[in-house]
Design a protein around this ligand. Structure first.
Ligand code: SF4
Length: 376
């Protein structure tokens, strides 16, 4: 959604489907966006909306994970569908060429001129953890509790040193540099400590340091501030902001927390049921949300500074009625229609086009022009 030549990442018509015993689950369903070098995009939406599946698709991990679910379920039909996927891919088929829906990742993901979906696993491994890095959701399993943070932070450097050119001194210097960048205090002394000897917020910042050590072009951070208090949140986001500034780092920040997104990115995509509902600059989308889902989602869990404004306007904070749509059997038409107070017959039968309603602002709603204005 940016025409700039300095495009780092272009995602086009991305679909990422799982198999389940009930049928195909559309985790990501026809999503497109572009990201320039050094730019930051937030992906904002409910849990289960498909946000992390976009990250896994870019990282080349979605298919392996999905195949693992399919094989551990023991479902024969799922296994057959994955065989058909392999056959279709080796025949060079695109999603549009299929005569039945198949699992896996479809569409185009072009990163820094490379077509990621056509790379072998060996080629992808050179990009993942190097040019594109990932800060996972939560700490569980991400840090080794028995290994000193100095060694853990250096791991990616050694792993990508295929030509054996790195010197220990250089590695030590870069480890100190990134740990310092994320503000791990007294790093000279504390670098030999293990994760349990740091606070929760410091452990999270060590994960960010590990993602930065390769000086990536793109970092994907998946809910990096979950389960920490506001002060710790701020320090984590400050560390990310500083890294962006120093490294011209592009960022995809996944979160269901409006404050986290608003503080850290320039653009935001609002996601529900595997689709983008709204896309635009963060001020426009959060101040004058155009899509009924964006409005309802903001109203269901507003940041502290919005609560007062909402009350002054005589509005009530309340959850979105109903539940997430079933992504195996999604509702016809607009996926939000069962929960939308503005729904009309057209909404129930026709999928709304994702259209540019004003410059650089996209909304997928049949009734955008008729909706009452809303400003926070
Ligand atoms: S298309 Fe209809 S149901 Fe969907 S958000 Fe707009 S008004 Fe609501």
């Amino acid at each position: 959604m940016s025409n700039n030549d300095d495009c780092l990442l272009s995602v086009e018509s991305l679909r990422a489907y799982h198999t389940t015993k009930r049928g195909i689950l559309r985790a990501v369903d026809d999503v497109s966006f572009k990201l320039k070098r050094g730019e930051a995009l937030g992906i904002f939406g409910e849990s289960g909306a498909g946000k992390s599946s976009i990250a896994l698709s870019i990282l080349g991990l979605f298919n392996d994970l999905s195949r693992f679910y399919a094989s551990s379920s023991g479902d024969e039909k799922s296994k057959r569908l994955w065989q058909l996927y392999d056959k279709a891919k080796s025949a060079g088929k695109r999603f549009e060429d299929l005569d039945q829906e198949l699992p896996g990742v479809w569409g185009n993901i072009i990163f820094d001129g490379k077509d990621l979906l056509s790379l072998t696993e060996k080629e992808m491994r050179k990009i993942r953890g190097n040019e594109i890095t990932y800060v996972p959701q939560g700490l569980a399993g991400s840090l080794n509790p028995y290994t000193e943070i100095e060694l853990q932070t250096a791991e990616a450097l050694w792993a990508h040193d295929d030509d054996d050119i790195l010197w220990e001194k250089e590695v030590a210097r870069r480890v100190l540099e990134v740990l310092d960048l994320v503000e791990i205090g007294d790093v000279d002394i504390r670098k030999t400590l293990k994760p349990g000897e740091f606070s929760l917020g410091e452990d999270q910042r060590i994960l960010i340091a590990m993602a930065l050590i390769m000086q990536p072009k793109l970092m994907i951070a998946d809910e990096p501030t979950t389960a920490v208090d506001v002060g710790v949140q701020r320090r984590i986001l400050d560390a990310i902001a500083l890294a962006r500034e120093k490294m011209n780092l592009a960022l995809i920040l996944i979160s269901n927390n409006q404050g986290t997104i608003a503080q850290s990115v320039e653009k935001v995509a609002v996601m529900s049921a595997g689709k983008f509902m709204e896309f635009g600059d963060v001020t426009t989308v959060f101040k004058r949300p155009g899509h009924p889902f964006t409005r309802a989602f903001i109203m269901s869990n507003p940041p502290m500074e919005l609560i007062r404004k909402i009350r002054e306007k005589g509005m009530r904070i309340r959850g979105i009625p109903g539940s997430l749509p079933d992504m195996v059997n999604p509702p016809s038409g607009c996926p939000f229609h069962p929960r939308c107070k503005f729904a009309i017959d057209t909404c129930r039968s026709e999928i709304p086009e994702f259209r540019e309603v004003e410059s650089e602002h996209w909304v997928a709603c049949h009734r955008y022009e008729e909706l009452p204005a809303m400003e926070f």
